[in-house]
Design a protein around this ligand. Structure first.
Ligand code: NAD
Ligand code: WQD
Length: 338
C-alpha cells in the first residue's frame, strides 16, 4: 500500500518507515522537521536500500497537503506528526493545541476530499490520565489529562471517534503507545531529542556516553517494588511492527478500533538503570531527587486485545531495549547532527 506518513522523520515514524518498506509498503513522508533531521532519510536508505519520497511542509498547510494528496493517491495515512514535550506543552498550550489538533483537522479534511478512508493515529497512554488501576484496558475511560499535550491527544481521539460515527466507511485505528524506547539494531536510527531530554532512556544514554553528568531519579518513595516509578517500556521496533499489523487489519475494514501498544510488563526506573549498566557494562551515575510534578507511581498496559485482533505482541526485552539504545548513542553521540 502507499502510505502517507506524517511525522515520518521523527523517532517512531522513521522506525515505522523502515518496517513498512521491509513489508512491501511504500511510505511517503510529510514532515516540517520541527523536531527531526533530514539525515534520517539517508539512514532509512542505508537500512532498506530505499529512500522514501519526502515532502517538507507543515501538515496544517492545507494547500500543500491537498497538492500532495492529489499527486500521490494514498491508500492509508499513519499520523505521527505532533509536538510531544509534556513540559513545553504546559508553557505553550496554544502552540500544542494549534499544532497537534490543527494538523489533525486539516489532515481529516483533505483525506475526506480524496476519499482516503484508512488512518492510524499515534495516541498515547496519557489519555487514561491518572490510572485508577493497572494494567490499563482499552475500555477504561479516557481520563482527565494531566497536561496540555495529553489534552491534545484526547481531543484528536474524540475528533476521530466523531468521524467514525459520521462516516461508517472510515477505518480508524487509535494506537495508544506506552513508553517507546530503544533504537534500530543497526545503530543507524534512534531517539534524538533537542536539548535536555525529558524522557528517561535518552537521559540514561546521554549520561552513559558522558554528555550528561548524572541522571536524577525523580522520587524514591512511590508505593512500588523499589520506590521508583514503574512504566511499560516498549522497543521502538516492536512499536513500528504494531503499525504494520494494524495496517494489515485495516484492509479488512472495521470502523474504529483502539489498541494499547506496550509489553504488559512494568519496569521501575531503578530496574531500567541497573539493567542498562549491566548489559552494556557501563556506569550510569545517578542521584535521587524529588518526585516530578504530574508523574504517577505505576502505569502499564493490558495488551491482550492487540494480540487477539492484530496478532501482534512485543518481542523485545528490556535488555534488548537497553543494548540497542546504547549502541545508537555510542555510534551517534550527538544524534543525527554531524
Ligand atoms: P518526534 O518528535 O520524534 O516525531 C514527530 C515528528 O512530527 C517530527 O519529525 C516533527 O518534525 C514532526 N511534526 C510535528 N509537528 C508537525 C507538523 N505540524 N507538520 C509536519 N510535521 C510535524 O516524536 P515521536 O516520539 O516519534 O512521536 C510520534 C508520535 O507519537 C507523536 O504524535 C507523539 O505524540 C506520539 N507518542 C509518542 C510517545 C513517545 O514517548 N515518544 C508516546 C506516545 C505517543
Ligand atoms: C519515565 C519514568 C519518571 C526522567 C512520557 C509522557 C507520556 C508519553 C511517554 C507521549 C518516570 C522517571 C524520567 C528523568 C526520572 N509520551 N524519570 N528521571 O513520564 O512515563 O511518559 O513519555 O505520549 O505522555 O508523559 O516517561 O520517560 O519521562 O519517565 O526518574 O530524568 O522515569 O519519573 O517514572 P513518562 P518518562
Amino acid at each position: 500500500m502507499k502510505i502517507c506518513v506524517t511525522g515520518g522523520m521523527g523517532y517512531i515514524g522513521s522506525h515505522t518507515c523502515v518496517e513498512l518498506i521491509k513489508t512491501g509498503h511504500t511510505p511517503v513522508i510529510i514532515d516540517n522537521l520541527v523536531n527531526s533531521n533530514k539525515e534520517v532519510l539517508n539512514r532509512i536508505q542505508k537500512i532498506t536500500g530505499v529512500k522514501p519520497a519526502f515532502y517538507e511542509f507543515d501538515v496544517r498547510d492545507e494547500a500543500k497537503l491537498d497538492a500532495c494528496f492529489a499527486s500521490e493517491k494514498f491508500d492509508a495515512v499513519i499520523h505521527f506528526a505532533g509536538l510531544k514535550a509534556v513540559g513545553e506543552s504546559v508553557e505553550k498550550p496554544k502552540l500544542y493545541f494549534d499544532n497537534n489538533v490543527g494538523s489533525s483537522k486539516t489532515l481529516i479534511k483533505v483525506m475526506k476530499k480524496y476519499q482516503v478512508k484508512n488512518i492510524i493515529f499515534s495516541s498515547s497512554a496519557t489519555v487514561y490520565g491518572t490510572p485508577k488501576h493497572v494494567p490499563l484496558l482499552e475500555t477504561d475511560p479516557i481520563g482527565q489529562a494531566t497536561n496540555p499535550y495529553g489534552q491534545t491527544k484526547i481531543e484528536i481521539e474524540k475528533l476521530l471517534m466523531a468521524e467514525a460515527k459520521q462516516d461508517p466507511s472510515m477505518n480508524i485505528v487509535l494506537l495508544r503507545y506506552f513508553n517507546p524506547v530503544g533504537a534500530h539494531q543497526s545503530g543507524l536510527m534512534g531517539e534524538d531529542p533537542w536539548g535536555t531530554p525529558n524522557n528517561l532512556m535518552p537521559y540514561i544514554t546521554q549520561t552513559a556516553v558522558g554528555r550528561r553528568k548524572e541522571l536524577t531519579i525523580f522520587g524514591k518513595d512511590y508505593p512500588t517494588k523499589d520506590g521508583t516509578g514503574v512504566r511499560d517500556y516498549i522497543h521502538v521496533v516492536d512499536l513500528a511492527l504494531g503499525h504494520v499489523a494494524a495496517l494489515k487489519a485495516i484492509k479488512e475494514k472495521w470502523g474504529l478500533k483502539i489498541y494499547n501498544l506496550g509489553t504488559g510488563k512494568g519496569t521501575s526506573v531503578l530496574e531500567l538503570v541497573t539493567t542498562f549498566a549491566r548489559v552494556n557494562n557501563v556506569k550510569v551515575n545517578y542521584q535521587f531527587g524529588p518526585r516530578r510534578a504530574g508523574d504517577v507511581a505505576e502505569n502499564y498496559a493490558d495488551v491482550k486485545l492487540a494480540k487477539k485482533e492484530l496478532g501482534w505482541s512485543a518481542l523485545y526485552t528490556i535488555e534488548d531495549m537497553c543494548k540497542d539504545a546504547y549502541h545508537w548513542q555510542k555510534l551517534n553521540p550527538n544524534g543525527y547532527a554531524q
